[in-house]
Design a protein around this ligand. Structure first.
Ligand SMILES: Nc1ncnc2c1ncn2[C@@H]1O[C@H](COP(=O)(O)OP(=O)(O)OP(=O)(O)O)[C@@H](O)[C@H]1O
Length: 261
């Protein structure tokens, strides 16, 4: 990947939280990572190690305590107001349960087009046409455009979440446990859909997931986080060759769980 364009990079990002007793807690420590155009970077680590905090800091949802974030070489660490809002055109996020981010009273057509409406006036007719085109892209029937979120399955809702993330044609999509709430077969179809979209559009993903097997399958590179620090980076297909004891521990727990089930 080294000859490819670096889209996003972080330089020693730290994020500290202040606990209710006033003491400080470091959730991310000196995280320096690069994301190349068209690649999938997996981010793994035990629950609570700081994965979500890191990507939320990239999205500007938490201010970084120190360090820098660059998008195409431009320092975006401290963007605010209009400039921060404009970053949504470049970086979008998909969550574990998109339905919690959906307004239950909105039709799917309007849910998909909502990010667009933050930037431009869109008539209902145009919104419907764009939503239907994106529904096709995520392999859903056009009539879903007029339904409400509760009328869809979890897998269909996640496809709508992907369609919504695509409407602004971002260059980066951050998937935070985007497949974790789904059945294994649905997970597999969503992973295939993400790969197809990447091939067509050259989008880059940061893919956070507990399932090391799935992460290694779909990621070009995998970064391993332990207690807020990156301890190892590996090609996705070489995860079994991990050198760091923490990665080896994560791998062995995957195989212990699989052997039991
Ligand atoms: N807003 C906050 N205020 C204080 N502490 C926080 C806040 N957000 C996260 N934390 C703490 O930071 C640590 C990292 O949390 P984070 O959600 O980033 O982990 P994670 O690796 O994404 O976990 P999971 O895989 O369970 O989602 C945890 O100890 C968490 O309690």
């Amino acid at each position: 990947m080294s000859d490819k364009e670096i889209l996003l990079s972080t330089d020693k990002i730290c994020k500290e939280f202040t606990k209710s007793d006033g003491t400080k807690f470091t959730a991310c420590k000196d995280v320096s990572l690069q994301l190349y155009r068209g690649e999938t970077l997996g981010l793994v680590g035990e629950s609570g190690c700081g994965k979500s905090t890191f990507v939320r800091t990239i999205m500007g949802l938490h201010p970084a305590s120190s360090g820098k974030i660059f998008f195409k070489g431009e320092d975006i660490t401290s963007l605010s107001g209009e400039k921060r809002r404009a970053m949504a055109k470049h970086i979008q996020m998909i969550f574990q349960d998109p339905s919690t981010a959906f307004n239950p009273k909105m039709r799917i057509r309007d849910i998909i087009c909502e990010p667009l409406r933050n930037f431009a006036k869109v008539s209902d007719k145009e919104a419907e046409a764009r939503a239907v085109a994106l529904l096709e892209k995520v392999e859903l029937a056009p009539e879903i455009a007029l339904r409400y979120p509760h009328e869809l399955s979890g897998g269909q809702r996640q496809r709508v979440g992907i369609a919504r993330a695509l409407i602004l044609e971002p260059e980066i999509i951050i998937c935070d446990e985007a497949t974790s709430a789904l059945d294994v077969s649905v997970q597999d179809s969503i992973a295939k859909l993400l790969a197809k979209i990447q091939k067509e559009r050259g989008v880059s993903y940061i893919f956070i997931c507990h399932d090391l097997g799935l992460v290694s399958l779909i990621s070009h590179r995998v970064a391993v986080m332990q207690q807020g620090q990156i301890v190892e980076e590996l090609p996705g297909d070489k995860i079994q060759e991990a050198q760091h004891p923490y990665t080896q521990k994560l791998l062995s727990s995957v195989f212990t769980v699989r052997a039991r089930s």
